[in-house]
Ligand binder design. Structure first.
Ligand code: ADP
Ligand code: MG
Length: 205
């Protein structure tokens, strides 16, 4: 079994994040929680890579996206005569043009609970409802309402893997094994070493 601290997750700073000059601000939030940057690069994504990442054949994900949108409509009291799958497919097409429109920054982060922790820091999909303190809540004002009216993908700055398993599949799409670097961070000891207290006691003997 891999240790907790080996968990990895994929983050993409989407085109809106790059072109609003938020790359540093976003990375800072992951660094300061003590996640390790395992890999990072700027990529102008091809349609092929976006279709592998947001797979139009993954009906489960498409339905999930569609159901989330339908819930949003329901909240507003709007009746929509489309299936979740139809909505999901349309969102996937809009995502393709969004992601392929400009360079993105792809990052692999590593650390305990990496996927869950990053999702927490990123906040919910709809920036309008994302909690303050989260990246989407603090730096974006887009909403399902506005993106729907304009028939485009929600500009919410970031993609983050849903869980560690999803992350494995996604990391393989964006990175070669050789691009994931092994190195140490001096603070790893106080974050993870179970003998840290004992070592401190020895220093003070
Ligand atoms: P998340 O990025 O929070 O994991 P999803 O995986 O459900 O969200 O959707 C992927 C991306 O597709 C979202 O980040 C957003 O940019 C876009 N998106 C999702 N649902 C919609 C929608 N109903 N309308 C427009 N864009 C959407
Ligand atoms: Mg997702």
């Amino acid at each position: 079994m891999t240790h907790f601290k080996e968990e990895q997750t994929l983050v993409l700073i989407k085109g809106d994040g790059v072109q609003r000059g938020l790359v540093g601000e976003i990375i800072r939030r992951f660094e300061r929680v003590s996640l390790k940057i395992k890999a990072m690069k700027m990529v102008w994504p091809s349609d092929e890579i976006v279709n592998r990442h947001y797979d139009p054949a993954n009906t489960e994900w498409l339905e999930d996206v569609g159901n989330k949108a339908l819930k949003g409509y329901e909240k507003k009291g709007i009746k929509v005569d489309k299936t979740p799958l139809e909505i999901g497919k349309h969102v996937q097409e809009n995502l393709l043009s969004f992601l392929a429109a400009g360079p993105v920054v792809a990052i692999v982060l590593q650390g305990a609970h990496a996927a869950e922790l990053v999702r927490k820091l990123v906040g919910s999909t709809d920036p309008l409802s994302a909690a303050p303190g989260t990246i989407r809540g603090d730096f974006a004002l887009d909403s399902y309402y506005m993106s729907d009216a304009d028939d485009r993908a929600i500009r919410n700055l970031i993609h983050a893997s849903g869980n560690a398993e999803e992350a494995k599949r996604e990391i393989e799409i964006w990175f070669d094994e050789s691009e994931l670097h092994k190195y140490t961070l001096p603070y790893d000891e106080v974050v993870y070493d179970k003998n840290w207290e004992k070592k401190q006691a020895l220093l003070n003997e």
